[in-house]
Design a protein around this ligand. Structure first.
Ligand code: ACO
Ligand code: AKG
Ligand code: ZN
Length: 396
C-alpha cells in the first residue's frame, strides 16, 4: 500500500499565513502520528536557528512515524540535518530550464555529480535519502531519466517527482510515473501543487501508475494555493478501498486536524472542504432525501461515521419533498396520513418561496396540520355521536 509523507510542517510552513510555534508544531506532529502518517517532513534546519531547534525537537519526540527534513542538495545543509536526529533527508535540485537558469545556474552534469556526492554522504551517515528533480513536469524527459538513473544507482531510497507549479494533469502524471517505474528500482514519491485544481487527481493517478509515497498537507496548505490536501487524498483512496484505508489510518483525526491547522494559520475551513467542510455531508433536494431515507449510500460515496462527522439533512426549503417532510413529522412523533403530509409539504414550499424558513417553522406547520387533523377527527366523532378522547385545539 502507498505511504503518506505529510509536509504540513515543511511545505505547509511555506503557506502565506503559516508561522507555527514549536508547541503548535509538536501538536501537529502528534496529531499526524496519531492519524497514522508514515512520515512527517520538516522545514530545512538551515532556514533559521529556530527551524533547527524545532526540527531537532520534533525528530526527538519519539513519534511512531519517521521524520524527514527537506534540504538543498549540498553537504552543509545535510550535515546540519543529520545533527538534528531526523530519520531521513529529502534532497532536491531544480532540473527545469527555469530553475537551472534562475534558481541555481547549474548544469545537469553538475546536478548529477553533486547528487551522487551528497547522497553517498547521507547514506553513509545512516540516513534514509530521497532525491527530487524539482519542477519535473517542465524538465526535459531525457534529463529526468539521466538524473534519476544516476541517483538510483548510487543507492537513493526514493526518487521524488514534483509538480512544482501545479501544471500537470492526471494523464501526464500517469505517463511519467509509469515510464520512470521502468527506469529506477527504488521507491517513487510524488508532490503535486494545486494551482490548476488537479492535486488530488494527480496523486491518485500517480499511485495507480506505481508511485509508492504521496506528499500531503493538512488542508492542502503550502506555497500559493498549496498541495494535495491530506483529507482530499484520503477521501479519494477511501472511495477505492474503504476497508484498507480504515484499517491503516485513524480517520476521525482528519476533521480535527483540519480545524486545528485552520485556526493556527488564521483561515476558515472552506465550506466545501473534503470531510470537514460545513456542507461536506449536507443533503437538501427532495429526490435525494427520499432515497437517502432508505439507504444513505444512494447519495454518499463516503460514510460520515467513518470520519467521525455527522450528516446534516435540511428539509426547510422549497426543494423539499413529501418523503422528507414525512420523516420530519415522524421525528416529531406526529402520525399524519400521507395526503396530509403532501398538503403540509405544499405549505412549506409556499412559505419558502417568499422567505427563508427555518426547521422550527417547518415544525410549526406540521404541528398545525396535526392539530387540524385531530380537530377533524373530533368533529367527525361528534357527528357520529361518540366523543373523541383526543383534546381539541381550543381545549389545549
Ligand atoms: C519548491 C520548494 O518549495 S523548494 C523548498 C523551498 N524551501 C526553502 O526555501 C526553505 C527556506 N529557505 C531559506 O531559509 C533560505 O532560502 C535558505 C537558508 C535555504 C538559503 O538562504 P540563502 O543562503 O540566503 O540563499 P537564497 O535563499 O537567497 O538563495 C538560494 C541559494 O540556494 C541555491 N540553491 C537553490 N536550489 C538549490 C538546490 N536544490 N540545491 C543546492 N543549492 C540550491 C541557490 O543557488 C542560492 O545560492 P546562492 O547563495 O549561491 O545564491
Ligand atoms: O522536494 C520535493 O519533492 C518537492 C519540493 C517542492 O515543494 C516543490 O517542488 O513544489
Ligand atoms: Zn511544493
Amino acid at each position: 500500500m502507498w505511504s503518506i509523507i505529510d509536509s504540513t510542517l515543511r511545505e505547509g510552513e511555506q503557506f502565506i499565513n503559516a508561522n507555527f510555534s514549536l508547541p503548535q508544531k509538536k501538536e501537529i506532529a502528534l496529531m499526524l502520528d496519531n492519524f497514522g502518517v508514515d512520515y512527517i517532513e520538516l522545514s530545512n534546519p538551515a532556514s533559521s536557528e529556530q527551524s533547527r531547534i524545532d526540527c531537532t525537537a520534533i525528530a526527538n519526540l519519539g513519534l511512531g512515524c519517521k521524520t524527514l527534513t527537506h534540504t538543498r542538495c549540498n553537504l552543509e545543509d545535510v550535515r546540519l540535518a543529520i545533527d538534528t536526529g531526523v530519520d531521513g533527508v529529502d534532497l532536491l535540485f531544480g532540473t527545469s530550464k527555469y530553475l537551472r537558469d534562475y534558481a541555481h545556474g547549474k548544469s545537469i552534469d553538475y546536478i548529477i555529480a553533486k547528487a551522487k556526492e551528497v547522497i553517498s554522504m547521507a547514506k553513509n551517515a545512516g540516513c534514509e535519502v530521497r532525491f527530487s528533480c524539482e519542477d519535473s513536469f517542465r524538465s526535459d524527459a531525457e534529463d529526468l531519466v539521466r538524473v534519476y538513473r544516476a541517483v538510483d544507482r548510487v543507492g537513493v531510497d526514493r526518487i521524488g517527482i514534483a509538480d512544482t507549479v501545479g501544471i500537470a494533469h492526471p494523464q501526464q502524471v500517469s505517463e511519467l510515473v509509469s515510464s520512470l517505474r521502468t527506469v529506477v528500482d527504488c521507491d517513487i514519491e510524488v508532490h503535486f501543487h494545486n494551482d490548476t485544481g488537479c492535486a488530488v487527481a494527480n496523486a491518485h493517478s500517480a499511485v495507480q501508475a506505481g508511485a509508492t509515497h504521496v506528499d500531503t498537507c493538512v488542508l492542502g496548505i503550502g506555497e500559493r494555493n498549496g498541495i494535495t490536501p491530506l483529507g482530499g487524498f484520503i477521501s479519494r483512496m477511501y472511495a477505492d478501498d474503504p476497508e484498507a484505508v480504515k484499517m491503516k489510518y485513524n480517520l476521525p483525526m482528519i476533521p480535527h486536524m483540519d480545524h486545528y491547522v485552520a485556526n493556527a494559520v488564521d483561515v476558515q475551513v472552506p465550506f466545501n472542504n473534503y470531510l470537514s467542510g460545513y456542507s461536506a455531508f449536507s443533503h437538501k433536494a427532495g429526490m435525494h432525501l427520499k432515497a437517502m431515507l432508505q439507504n444513505s449510500s444512494t447519495y454518499e460515496a463516503l460514510n460520515p461515521d467513518d470520519f467521525g462527522v455527522s450528516r446534516v439533512v435540511n428539509v426547510a426549503h422549497r426543494l423539499t419533498g413529501w418523503n422528507a417532510v414525512k420523516s420530519r413529522a415522524e421525528q416529531l412523533g406526529l402520525s399524519l396520513p400521507d395526503q396530509t403530509i403532501r398538503e403540509a409539504t405544499k405549505s412549506i414550499k409556499a412559505a419558502a418561496d417568499v422567505r427563508h424558513i427555518t426547521l422550527d417553522e417547518v415544525d410549526l406547520i406540521l404541528r398545525d396540520f396535526d392539530t387540524r387533523q385531530m380537530n377533524k377527527r373530533t368533529d367527525e366523532g361528534r357527528l357520529h355521536g361518540s366523543k373523541s378522547d383526543l383534546p381539541t385545539a381550543t381545549e389545549c
